[in-house]
Design a protein around this ligand. Sequence first.
Ligand code: 5GP
Ligand code: ZN
Length: 112
Amino acid sequence: MTDCLFCRIAKGEIPSKIIQQDDRFIAFRDINPQAPVHVLAIPREHIATLNDARSADTIGGLILFARDVAKSEGLAERGYRVVVNTNKDGGQTVFHLHAHVLGGRHLEWPPG
Ligand code: 5GP
Ligand code: ZN
């Protein structure tokens, strides 16, 4: 998807603060952080939403990758949140599957 923002970030065509990557996933800092730590973890493969995901290996891999990001950001013990906003009511604005990794402060529940 040449016109997808996160595909372009994954290819390095648009600059971002990358903190971790491997052959399948990439993690970079959110441009508009909602917590002291706010990282986006994405598959390199273009998948528009969670509804479109077919591979348990990709989804499982993405969650484990997000978990590893949280650990490397020093959040594992005190806690963090991994969020996948999906479509309109979920608040999704970029249609390339991504997991938000949020932490570094107490996160309220329920979310707004
Ligand atoms: P969504 O609302 O789709 O769940 O999350 C999209 C996220 O992407 C938002 O938190 C937004 O701040 C972030 N974002 C949008 N454009 C860019 C960008 O160009 N660079 C980075 N690093 N983050 C972006
Ligand atoms: Zn994409």
